[in-house]
Write a protein that binds this ligand. Sequence first.
Ligand SMILES: *[C@@H]1O[C@H](CO)[C@@H](O)[C@H](O)[C@H]1NC(C)=O
Ligand SMILES: *[C@@H]1O[C@H](CO)[C@@H](O)[C@H](O)[C@H]1NC(C)=O
Ligand SMILES: *[C@@H]1O[C@H](CO)[C@@H](O)[C@H](O)[C@H]1NC(C)=O
Length: 199
Amino acid sequence: MEGSISKQFLRLFLVVLTINMVINSSSATRPVAASRTSTDFIKKSCSSTTYPTLCFSSLASQASAIQTSPKLLAHAALNVTLAMAKTTSVMMVQLSKSSGMKTGEVEAMQDCLEELSDSVDELRRSIAEMGQINSSNYKLTMSDIQTWVSAALTDETTCSDGFDGKTKNGKVVRESILNISHLTSNALALINRYASLHG
Ligand SMILES: *[C@@H]1O[C@H](CO)[C@@H](O)[C@H](O)[C@H]1NC(C)=O
Ligand SMILES: *[C@@H]1O[C@H](CO)[C@@H](O)[C@H](O)[C@H]1NC(C)=O
Ligand SMILES: *[C@@H]1O[C@H](CO)[C@@H](O)[C@H](O)[C@H]1NC(C)=O
């Protein structure tokens, strides 16, 4: 009696398990097929940037938003760059308040925070313009975006140039800013790519 109940229970359990597996596999197959096309597109587009590995690793998770659109790819690259710049900015503010900053570093840090804040601003503006670009304002808006992103890149370079990278703090700053400037450089390359495709 007890044996047959547990057998029935086991059978029911196996049926439920099988149904779950079927549901899971069918819902997983289609997005994977669709995102493979997008993933290939991202990889191919990233190969024309200066830092293709970073480009792909920073954008692969956005495949479903990017699909195979050069415009959405450039937009996503700007989004990722801005997010990273904001995070780094917060981290740098904390670092600047910590003890153990050398005399020369305090000033470099103040300058750097200002440059980083300008860079965040410029990235924000370029993202706002990206959202407004259309066929009638294309040339002017694209040129604005390229100007803002180039300015962001310059500000980041100026910041990291202020540190010689020999001290512990200097190394941390340079590495974090270098990362952002690589993301920015990639975003600019993807923007230029989008611009060239538009003709
Ligand atoms: C970029 O970020 C904005 C604001 O968070 C979001 O609405 C938009 O969908 C993002 N675009 C892409 C392509 O990731
Ligand atoms: C293009 O965008 C501008 C704002 O940047 C807007 O004034 C204009 O009406 C838009 N044109 C078209 C064709 O959508
Ligand atoms: C550099 O950026 C990538 C992509 O956003 C991130 O995953 C990585 O942690 C960053 N590395 C450093 C050292 O900040």
